[in-house]
Design a protein around this ligand. Sequence first.
Ligand code: CP
Length: 363
Amino acid sequence: MLKRKRLDEISWEAYKSLSLEEQAPYLVQSNGRPYHVLIAQQFDRESLDNLCDLATRIRKIAKSKSGMGFLSDLLAHKRAMLYFHQPSSRTFLSFYAACQILGIGLAEVRDPSISSEQKGETMEDSVRTFSSYFDMIIMRTPIQGFVDKMAWMLSNTDRPLPIINAGSGADQHPTQALLDIYTLQRSFEKTGGLENKHIVFCGDLKRGRTVRSLARLLTFYPNIKQTFAAPDNLQIGDDILEQLRKAGVEYEVTNNFKSTIPNADAIYMTRIQDEWDKTPGETNRLAADAYSFTGADLEKLPRNSIIMHPLPRRNEIDTACDSDSRAVYWRQMRNGMWIRCALIATVFGRDTAINNYYTLNLK
Ligand code: CP
């Protein structure tokens, strides 16, 4: 368990100069639960196992009307703000649904042009405004480091409240990585668990924040091999490879995606993130054939392997694959709602109540 350090006892400049691992203790509560959820580096194997177990229990509790009644009373005294400065379907809606399941009241700003930012208010002042009305802010922004700065800022006001990173810059998407871990764990439940598996990432690995966060979480599971299949200009960053080297993780970097399919336990496809192109059209068609998964590729994929995608997709997975039992991306998306329920319940300290309810009523 991480020993808590206080964000209100460190300057922003000193905090930002720390490595991500060094920042992690500033994001937990004194009881070890997460407070701000900003980076994949703040999780460890024990916290991942706890969140996955809790998500499964919530999923089972939610199957009955009485269970839903219990869940929806847990946090009925809390309110959350969804502040999304970038487009989103899954992350926004699954957080929205997770809050509804837990009884949390919700508000949203998805279109800053109808907020007072249109009148020149800064995003910083918007966040301070939200903190007057809400108990949690769930935030997506294209600006790398902005969620971290807001978490530090609010922790240094008289209205500190947790911030959850729902995707920041091209850098981190920690809650997507949590749902990916949950999906991998569920998918391999009957085939030996997540240990000893070969995970192949394909597509835009340079700017795909989901891959960057997931690659880190996978280091907590023994003997996982990670392969990164991408064209040179979209290949995974050296900072991630350095983390893998430090953790002693076996990895491979390749341009040849198709050759990896017969030996993969999980294929993790990604979209070309051309919204980050410096010039329009720079990369959007670059990888269309060599870095896509087709109906013909299903023949080469082992029987117990799975195909994942954080979605949205364009053409990097042929729709012909959708009905194959190894295509888990729709289930992956739904898992996001359960793991986000588990995360929010844990941040607000209601995990124990859920575990007790489960033991009494469903075990
Ligand atoms: N996976 C994901 O972040 O999807 P959205 O952009 O639709 O939220």
